[in-house]
Design a binder for this molecule. Structure first.
Ligand code: T1G
Length: 693
């Protein structure tokens, strides 16, 4: 038997333990070991089999690293079938996160027991697949079609109590999985409990599957795996079990071949790879138990909320008592949301908003904190004053971080006597929701301070991406490029509403003009004013946007921007088109039609080209890092893997050809990034670069 599976007979019960760190994924060795263990139990004349796992969790699924390679026998559906068909009663004892194939293995057993805190689920749709080892056939038989559609098409994790209520598990016991499993198995044997092969249960009652299919397709906004899963569940109602399994297998293999599955796996591993930097291997982060936050506006209060919910103590500094009270109000409101969502209980709420949070108007209150995050007005002068004060009051070794979204962190560091302790920690609003954290490393930032930034990001549950210092770091710098491409298209004839629709259809959560209205049009306006003194005369400026701001229309916060906001859905603002027409007249532009496809290509080529520049200049370590920034901070559709993954799938030569075509009319804006030209010349992809770095 494989060394990832151990087998022992105890009171004639075959105890089978899976031990394959880190998550007991169901790789080939585990699958072989399980099949051998069942056969051995039968040969030994065991009265029952108990399957449990060592380490942090019962199998968390198939081994994702095997995907894309030819499947090797025994495949997981056959392992589950073998367990279910065994001569003796089988019990599974769950703990940790029994997900995907792990839960499917457990459904091959007759009975299931779980430790408190166990979470079960079928997250396959989240990586572009559907449960491919009988989950779409057994789960509906066990819990009914409606619940199975909810669990499988959402991919959500189900807590132990809900799983017990649904009938996915039969008992919760706080003993260790082995002990609880053994006791439960003995009970079942003593009761002469019947075998309960789920495949022999009657076909579940059907629902309107076309309606369920359409609902899943609409909700997934272009991702196809949830709706495929509905068809798999439908087969459980309409076909014999064996035929249903064949249908599930066919759907699974079809999804396995899709770009969406490749993109979602890229995202899954990318979110983990992006935060493990070679230069931080063996570097010990500075301990952080308490965080100081300067500024209690939207960002400061959001960061404070994230820190409190992660178990850190917070000292928040504001200029006045009133401002401090207002900041506390924002924090309390956000944390109340966590109570309403059942994430924390009242006692935790009281602690987080009581003892764990201190507010002050005096810098001395920061004398003992381990790390400070400055989130004041985006003005270099103000920030330099703040950092000079922090330098004076904070203890030696305290990390001094700025949340600036584009200012020069080197210049801020120079305002202190300890530039090695200064780093950028760029959060995205709302800071306690958005997963992206740009860790901006200045020239003199100490390595253990970088490690501290990444450790803080992990504690806050963020996807932390290393960024070098430049205007806008990674995300906002690239955003400016594709926003500019969009503005150019508007000046030449496209409407902002058409561009938003095209990008929504592509899968973005919002189009660029909707994003502008949400963030506030004054931010772009301020950026254009800030960059104006150094602007190249060849640049084309969307002054119609300035005029919109001059009229006081800043987007959602003033009720009007590109769209008009009131009760009900936002409406297109017709005045915008008048402003744009006037601007075209003034520039002597005769507007032309844009196809949706041209809009998409120009928008995406600008994004990819700037992404290639950002990687080529070392601001981002790899193309993968740009992808993770856009998946976790900018609403890029996850099932497309990020702009650089999308570009690889389009073919970089096609991207470069498009850019060269666009450059014929505007060689200033459309300058191919050197890295893109180089990769095309070498016949390489961005993914090749990810593997090399
Ligand atoms: N296969 C291979 N490696 C995996 C893995 C998996 N399924 N899940 C996690 N890892 C690695 C991960 O890359 C990381 O590696 C380490 O384990 C810790 O993970 C037929 C086909 C279980 C909730 O989709 O959701 O079953 O970076 O950092 O935050 O129907 O991992 O340390 O080298 O995420 O505590 C379905 C995916 C598969 C679950 C733990 N299952 N995993 O989270 O740790 S498809 C999933 C997770 C399937 C069948 C189908 C999470 C976790 P490294 P981590 P964590």
């Amino acid at each position: 038997m494989e060394d990832v599976i151990s087998y022992a007979l105890e009171d004639n019960i075959a105890v089978v333990a899976i031990d394959s760190p880190p998550v007991n994924a169901l790789g080939l060795a585990v699958r072989r070991g399980l099949v051998d263990a069942i056969a051995k139990a039968e040969n030994d004349g065991a009265k029952a089999v108990l399957i449990y796992a060592e380490g942090r969790t019962f199998p968390a699924g198939a081994d994702i690293r095997e995907f894309g390679k030819p499947p090797q026998e025994p495949i997981l559906p056959d392992v589950c079938a073998r367990i279910e068909a065994s001569d003796v009663l089988v019990v599974a004892a769950l703990h940790g996160t029994a997900l995907g194939g792990g839960l499917e293995v457990a459904l091959g057993a007759d009975y299931r027991i779980a430790a408190p805190g166990t979470r079960v689920g079928m997250p396959e749709v989240l990586i572009g697949l559907l449960p491919g080892a009988g989950g779409t056939q057994r789960l509906p038989r066990l819990i009914g079609v409606e619940k199975a559609i909810d669990v499988i098409t959402s991919g959500r994790q189900v807590g132990a109590a809900e799983a017990l209520d649904m009938g996915i598990i039969d008992r919760i016991d706080n003993e260790s999985p082995r002990e609880a499993g053994l006791a439960y198995t003995r009970d079942l044997l003593a009761q002469d409990a019947p075998r309960r092969p789920i495949s022999a249960m009657p076909a579940p009652t059907p629902v309107d599957f076309d309606a369920a299919y359409d609902a899943a397709l609409k909700k997934a906004r272009g991702q196809i795996s949830p709706s495929y899963a509905v068809r798999g569940i439908q087969a459980a109602c309409e076909l014999e079990f064996a035929e249903g399994m064949a249908r599930e297998r066919a759907l699974f293999r079809e999804l396995m071949e899709t770009d969406q599955r490749a993109a979602l796996i890229h995202a899954f591993f990318g979110e983990r790879a992006v935060s493990s930097l070679p230069e931080l291997k063996g570097v010990t982060p500075r301990p952080v138990a308490s965080v100081g936050i300067i500024g209690g506006g939207t960002m400061g209060a959001g960061i404070a909320t994230a820190a409190l919910l992660s178990g850190l103590e917070v000292v928040l500094l504001e200029m006045t008592e009133d401002a401090a009270d207002a900041a506390k109000g924002r924090i309390v409101k956000s944390i109340l949301g966590a109570v309403k969502r059942g994430k924390i209980d009242q006692a935790r709420f009281d602690h987080l908003t009581g003892t764990a949070l201190k507010l002050s108007t005096d810098y001395d209150a920061l004398a003992k904190v381990d790390l400070v995050i400055e989130a004041v007005f985006e003005d270099m002068g103000v920030k330099k004053q703040v950092f000079a004060k922090l330098d004076a009051v904070c203890k030696p070794g305290a990390v001094l971080a700025t949340n600036t979204s584009y200012l020069d962190v080197n210049e801020i560091a120079a305002a202190t006597s300890r530039p090695g302790d200064v780093i950028g920690l760029h959060f995205f609003s709302p800071a306690y929701v958005m997963k992206l954290l740009e860790v901006v490393v200045a020239e003199r930032t100490a390595t253990d301070v970088v490690a501290t930034g990444f450790a803080l990001g992990k504690k806050l549950g963020k996807v932390s991406v290393r960024a070098g210092v430049c205007d806008g770091f990674i995300g906002n710098r690239i955003l400016l490029a594709y926003r500019t491409a969009a503005d150019h298209m508007v000046l030449e004839g496209a409407s902002p509403f058409q561009i938003d629709r095209v990008m929504l259809d592509f899968g973005f959560a919002m189009g660029p003009f909707q994003v502008g209205d949400l963030a506030g049009l004054d931010i772009g306006w301020a950026t254009r004013k800030r960059l104006a003194p150094t602007r190249d005369p060849r640049e084309r400026v969307p002054t119609y946007a300035d005029k919109l701001c001059e009229q006081g229309h800043l987007g959602q916060k003033t009720g009007r921007g590109y769209y008009i906001y009131g009760d009900g859905a936002a409406k297109e603002n017709p005045e915008v088109l008048t402003l744009i027409d006037a601007e075209r007249d003034a520039l002597g532009i005769t507007p032309r039609e844009f196809s949706d496809d041209e809009i998409l290509r120009r928008y995406m080529c600008a994004m990819v080209n700037e992404g290639a520049r950002v990687v080529g200049e070392g601001i981002a370590r790899r193309p993968l890092d740009v992808d993770m920034v856009f998946l976790t901070g900018y609403g890029f559709p996850r099932y497309r893997g990020g702009p650089m993954k999308w570009a690889d799938m389009q073919g970089l030569k096609r991207i470069l050809d498009d850019i060269n075509t666009f450059a014929e009319a505007d060689s200033y804006f459309w300058q191919p990034a050197p890295l893109l030209t180089e990769l095309v010349a070498q016949g390489k992809t961005f993914d090749d670069l990810n593997k090399e770095t």
